[in-house]
Design a protein around this ligand. Sequence first.
Ligand SMILES: Cc1ncc(COP(=O)(O)O)c(C=O)c1O
Length: 362
Amino acid sequence: MSQRVYNFGAGPAMLPTEVMEEVQQEMLDYQGHGASIIEISHRAPPFLEILEETESIFRRLTGLGSSHVMFFMHGGAQMQFSAVPLNLMARKEKRSAVYLITGKWGVLAEEEARKFGSTRVALDGKPLGFQKIPEWEEVLDPETSYVHLTSNNTLYGTQWQEYPDTGKVPLVSDSTSDILSRKEDYSRFGLVYAGLQKNLGPSGLALVLVREDLLGLALPQTPKLLDYQLAHEQRSLANTTSVFSIYVTLKMLRWVEKQGGVAVMEQRNREKSKLLYDVLDDSELYKAVADPENRSICNVTFRLDDDEMEKRFLKQSLNEGLYALKGHRDVGGIRASIYNSMPLEGVKALADFMKDFERRET
Ligand SMILES: Cc1ncc(COP(=O)(O)O)c(C=O)c1O
């Protein structure tokens, strides 16, 4: 097999080689069925078993109880930017939602929600260049339909450390880039969604967790495939789902469980991110983007002195097998995405490279 790189891309992100090998081995013949899982009906027992096990492992890993239903929806995370207001705006007559904006994904989510009700941006990190998550505390109007936030800001490398208390108003989290990266009580949210492409599997679907009392509230114009009630009733199979994505997600969840669960993932992610933040904090060359209080354990972002230096950094790191370190086009600089599948060795290799590069270049 060709050499696999350490892939620091933000998503689709790397998956563990053992998961990829298992997928490869089963590609032509899934468990003696003489056909690939992508050639078997999504309503046939082999796939229904996959769906069921995926849900039960996710619940086991997170401790999520029966208060919340779980299903998959098409369209990745951004389709949820529409699905959330379509399903929750009508929770209250005023049809108004609060958005806490700490990065580009929050901006886009709020823009989409405006089409289906009124929105209020109660927290906006933009004046701080999204490098910091501002403090926010407010007595909310109980007639607010929901409050939306992005738990980890993939582009800027900031992450909520403690979520705000929204009382009886349901808190909605876009957890695309940190789901299963640290221990979380997902039942404290009214709704959680996450595109699969970081910690769960291939891109294209979103995992959605909804508190049961928030089902059945969809606006009349809600497209059938975005209706949470229907997705729950049809167990993610209102139409032909992406069987391959869910199949790989099951393998990822089994892998997380085999590693020791979410607590182990968190411990590793803290260790990995600390290695990089320590290099940044000791350096004259690198400048961390995120404020120390809001640093993400999933995406570590930094800048070098100038564009030329960043280009050299990217070119040389690539030669060392350290792939996709270029920051998001809106932010620039360097971003190391170190999700669950990134091994400690990969991060050590990057930290060593960073130290060598600084020695050579300064
Ligand atoms: C936090 C967050 N939300 C939303 C998205 C958009 O995901 P998708 O491309 O699946 O719509 C991303 C993508 O990286 C993300 O990191």
